[in-house]
Design a protein around this ligand. Sequence first.
Ligand SMILES: O=P(O)(O)OC[C@H]1O[C@H](O)[C@H](O)[C@@H](O)[C@@H]1O
Length: 327
Amino acid sequence: MQNIIADFPNQLKNAMEIGKHFKRNETHQINNILACGLGGSGIGAKIAKLLNLNKLSVPFESINDYSIPAFVNENTLVIATSYSGNTEETLEAIEKCKSKNAKIVIIASAGKLLELAKENNWPYIIVPGGEQPRAMLGYSLIQHFYVLKAFGLIDNQFENSILEAIEIIEKEESAIKDNARVVAGQMYEHTPVIYSNPSLEGIAIRFRQQINENSKMLCWHAVIPEMNHNELVGWAGGNDKIVVIKLKTDLEYYRTSKRWDFCKPVIESKTKQIIEINAKGKSLLTQALYLIHLTDWISLYLADLNEVDPIEVNVISSLKSKLSELK
Ligand SMILES: O=P(O)(O)OC[C@H]1O[C@H](O)[C@H](O)[C@@H](O)[C@@H]1O
């Protein structure tokens, strides 16, 4: 896992090379977008959706389920991502999208999803295989941007943002790792609560999921302003076993930033463990990629402190094996 995290800038470079070759096979009228995927693949779709909301002129929904929304029809662009290509929820959702004649694009490294793409003449993108899906987020996330671009839904500005992220990460890698070690130390033996603004929610979810799978810990996340209308009250029952990590960006609405200034003392009255992580980069995508990388390191150092294997997810394997016995 350590080598793959360290290789993130190269993963982004390779992802760009792969994405540049993607072409749609016919011209369609696209009225809406649906992304289907679970876990380490589904989160790429969610991040891509949230980062593109202010650029897209059509609605973008992302699901992590067997069922699909009723709006799906022949004018829906469906992007299905599964690293293994064999995740049952994604496969079932795609069969349903197929029955609605949706325009389906597949992102996978192998598996039944790729076979389906070839059988049905759907455009597909093959990403390098053989790793844990969550370790290859750079591939699935970036491919979503290239698919949206190929369908004329966004321009190619995102490429500059990826290049900027690569530059920052390569230049600052040693400082990023030092920072991650310190943050992991502060999080150790505490329950993490991650806060972000709405556009970085995908990054907060990714961080939570990495803490779950890599560090083997429970964790939750919430978004400002929404948490100001519920969870903030819950802090009456907060305690010093909680560590709060606030993902900060200088690209958010000023009233949202001010809300955090108010929340902080409320939380501080219950726990002194508040860590603010500042994103780096000119665009939201650059900042998101920077944060993904930094928080991946944090989850890995936390796994070290917890003395657990960051790769092992045996409980998920047993769940899948039990499910395979179901008719
Ligand atoms: O990307 P996929 O192959 O569809 O996998 C989706 C998810 O499947 C399993 O549950 C793995 O343990 C997760 O780590 C992974 O993210």
